[in-house]
Design a protein around this ligand. Structure first.
Ligand code: URA
Length: 260
């Protein structure tokens, strides 16, 4: 039976797989609740968040934890947004080529967000941001900052994979702008780290190169923004890892964490 005839059940194996992937991506994006009429099972799946986030060492500006109600509220708003993104067809070429949208991953109360460019093949297949080679490197970067991936929120400017991983077109960035802005507004981080030119230029609405945007602080709403090279660039230019390390030291020292 085709998908359209399956509204009351999980349907075929591939339908079930798709639904499972969608639920997993919602859970990873911090969505702990969905409107009751939609998908009830996500609420149970989504409680797989790391139990207790490790406090940031020597945090100079600790935040009080959010109330349960506030966490639920943020989670609900993210769920609605994620559903809107999943059905978005503003960029026809991207919508036709995608397996699924890649919304984001991480706790809804993360203090640090990493903003990337767009999903690649691995992300398009899994529904999760930064899970391919660049993602492995990003994980290492996060861990060298004495953090874990479960403590940070990871999202991209575009929610769909561009064909052959080409850079996003200005019109595509414009179409997705409302989505990543809203995500950042909901998570409301203290720090945003832009990974690469596309993320930095899109968030800061700048035309300056990443080289010029590095080593400076910017603001986006209440968040302090720092820019560094994209992990994919580091895979091609390993010598730039040293620069990224300097940028991470600058970020973490704002939090009172002195990296070696
Ligand atoms: N590159 C990105 O910018 N984002 C991803 O999710 C993966 C690779």
């Amino acid at each position: 039976m085709g998908r359209s005839g399956n509204s009351g059940s999980l349907g075929t194996g591939s339908d079930a797989r798709r639904l499972k992937q969608r639920l997993e991506s919602l859970a990873a994006a911090g969505v702990t609740d969905l409107p009751r009429s939609k998908v009830k099972t996500v609420a149970t799946q989504a409680h797989h968040r790391d139990p207790v986030p490790v406090p940031l060492a020597a945090d100079r500006t600790p935040r009080s934890p959010l109330t349960h109600d506030e966490l639920q509220r943020r989670s609900g708003v993210l769920a609605v947004l994620s559903q809107e993104v999943a059905t978005c067809r503003r960029c026809e070429e991207l919508a036709c080529g995608r397996t699924q949208t890649v919304f984001g991953a991480g706790p809804v109360d993360a203090r640090i967000c990493f903003l990337g460019e767009a999903p690649g093949a691995d992300e398009d297949a899994s529904g999760q941001p930064f899970v391919g080679r660049a993602g492995e490197l990003l994980t290492k970067i996060i861990e060298s900052c004495t953090l874990t991936r479960n403590q940070v929120y990871i999202l991209n400017v575009l929610k769909c994979r561009p064909p052959q991983n080409r850079p996003p077109l200005p019109a595509e960035v414009a179409n997705c702008r409302g989505y990543f802005h809203k995500q950042l507004e909901i998570v409301d981080p203290d720090y945003i780290c832009c990974l690469g030119t596309t993320a930095a230029q899109a968030l800061l609405e700048s035309t300056e190169t990443i080289g010029k945007l590095r080593k400076r602080w910017f603001t986006h709403n209440k968040a302090q923004v720092i820019c560094t090279y994209h992990p994919s660039y580091l895979l091609r230019n390993p010598s730039a890892k040293r620069d990224v390390w300097e940028d991470m030291k600058m970020l973490m020292s704002q939090l009172g964490v002195q990296l070696p």
